[in-house]
Design a protein around this ligand. Structure first.
Ligand SMILES: Cc1ncc(COP(=O)(O)O)c(C=O)c1O
Length: 471
């Protein structure tokens, strides 16, 4: 169970432990703390978060939490910042899952995690050339139109399809910001939001930070099940459904056309919005028509970002919406952050308008296909038979693995880390109880195919550790 007193209790124990161990030492792993004190992962992560906020430890994703060297104030004493804890109260923003997704693998560790292209696949040269051209544009450093450069909005609208126009598009700072804007704009704090289960942890974190309560709607190999979506709307009274109809993260499912129609009908009957996170649009050779393109009633708020196909730092995305919802979204971004930096918008426009864009798409699609097949083959060859790949997605970066029932997912992830490979534990993708142990394994982040294969070999060793703990 997680509550403030259990977090404070574990934090106090860890404080003592940190003082005893001394600077540079590693705290016991989250798993050990959970087991020793019989507490949940959330309690442990919050307690460690408290120590990190106090400057007593520093978390190195993938390696653990390490005791820091005490900071000296000018008077030669450690500053007592505990007053801040009282002043800040208990409004905690849980950044754990997002930080884990963005974590860099330490040297020598194979990343079968992450959601962006590795340096070798990133179009860094083309981006540099586009940026150089962009900053030479006459008004590159001037204030942009508040909703985004007209030409860029038109490009995003054309890409979305249907009768979406430039006027429906708002340029925002990446997909994650788009989700935050959408949750805040479309639902009041304290109200429910429906999400696929499993789903993208960053969306769960953003919904939670917006004060929303996520309710899970199950998916199968073809994506969300419309009859259960209808039931969830009826039971909760939710007015927002967040989904990824194309190359769903983590399962890789793509919603077929008939279900797309049903989802729109069900949402419309409930008087609800559908947030369509089309994050992987450019990671697929032939993405299906978007929900936004099929929408005639302003039901869909569509999100598409350039980060996945270009670079995590190309933080340019669009939110497509109509009517009062569009106005609300625009107002939200304006109040919170004004607009996206013009040089970045100009760079995006330069890049997608150049021949390099198509060439890059073709190269990435070919490489992702090879990596997906190589990963699937390596998993089948090296892991126990009961570790089953859910499906072979038509693109994207990940495979979703069902693990043998009863296998300790955390122990496996920890053993994998010890063997030098990072994988993503399934539990973080579930808004409520997971149906069993799962793993998300990413093929896009490794430097090359040989590293990908080495990552799977290491993962196989972690499985062996669990099967023969005393070997
Ligand atoms: C499903 C999904 N949506 C949105 C995002 C946010 O991406 P970005 O903010 O880089 O556009 C991610 C990143 O991992 C993702 O996996």
């Amino acid at each position: 169970m997680t509550n403030d007193s259990s977090i404070a209790h574990i934090a106090a124990i860890l404080r003592e432990e940190a003082a005893r161990l001394g600077p540079g030492a590693r705290l016991p792993s989250s798993r050990e703390i959970m087991r020793t004190h019989n507490v949940s992962p959330v309690t442990v992560s919050r307690a460690i978060g408290q120590l990190a906020a106090e400057g007593r430890v520093v978390s190195r994703p993938g390696s653990g939490a390490f005791v820091t060297h005490p900071q000296k104030t000018t008077g030669g004493e450690s500053a007592d910042l505990s007053w801040q804890t009282v002043a800040l109260g208990d409004r905690v923003v849980d950044e754990g899952p997002v930080a884990a997704l963005l974590a860099e693998a330490p040297d020598g560790v194979v990343p079968l995690t992450g959601g962006y292209l590795p340096p070798g696949l990133r179009p860094d040269r083309q981006l540099a050339a586009a940026a150089a051209r962009a900053v030479r544009r006459p008004d590159a450093w001037a204030k942009p139109p508040l909703a985004g450069l007209a030409e860029l909005r038109r490009w995003f609208a054309d890409q979305t399809g249907g009768d979406v126009t430039a006027a429906d598009a708002l340029v925002v700072s990446g997909g994650q910001a788009a989700l935050t804007h959408a949750f805040r704009a479309l639902a009041a704090p304290g109200t429910p939001v429906l999400v696929e289960t499993p789903t993208y942890p960053g969306a769960l974190a953003a919904a939670k930070a917006a004060g929303l309560r996520a309710t899970a709607v199950p998916v199968d190999a073809s994506g969300v099940r419309p009859e259960l979506l209808a039931e969830a709307f009826a039971v909760t009274g939710a007015r927002v459904f967040f989904c990824q109809p194309t190359l769903h993260n983590p399962t890789g499912a793509t919603l077929p056309p008939e279900r797309r129609r049903q989802v729109l009908e069900v949402a419309r009957a409930a008087g609800a919005f559908v947030i369509e996170d089309d994050y992987a649009h450019y990671l697929s050779e032939q993405p299906p028509p978007t929900l936004a393109a099929m929408d005639e009633h302003g039901t869909v708020v569509h999100v598409r970002s350039l980060t996945k196909i270009l670079s995590p730092s190309m933080r340019v995305a669009a939110v497509i919406a109509r009517g009062p919802a569009a106005h609300r979204l625009r107002a939200g971004q304006l109040v919170e952050s004004f607009f996206v930096a013009r040089p970045l918008q100009e760079t995006a426009l330069e890049l997608v308008g150049s021949p390099a864009w198509r060439r890059h798409l073709t190269a990435v699609h070919a490489e992702l296909r090879v990596r997906r097949d190589a990963l699937a083959a390596a998993l089948a060859a090296r892991l126990p038979e009961e570790a089953e790949v859910h499906l072979l997605p038509a693109g994207g970066m990940h495979l979703w693995l069902r693990l043998p029932a009863g296998l300790d997912e955390d122990a496996l992830v920890e053993a994998a880390r010890r063997h030098g490979v990072l994988v993503s534990p399934g539990r973080m993708y579930y808004p409520s109880e997971p149906p069993g142990p799962r793993l998300r394994v990413t093929h896009a982040a490794a430097a090359h195919l040989a590293e990908l294969d080495e990552g799977v070999r290491r993962l196989a060793r972690a499985f062996q550790d669990l099967a023969h703990p005393d070997a």
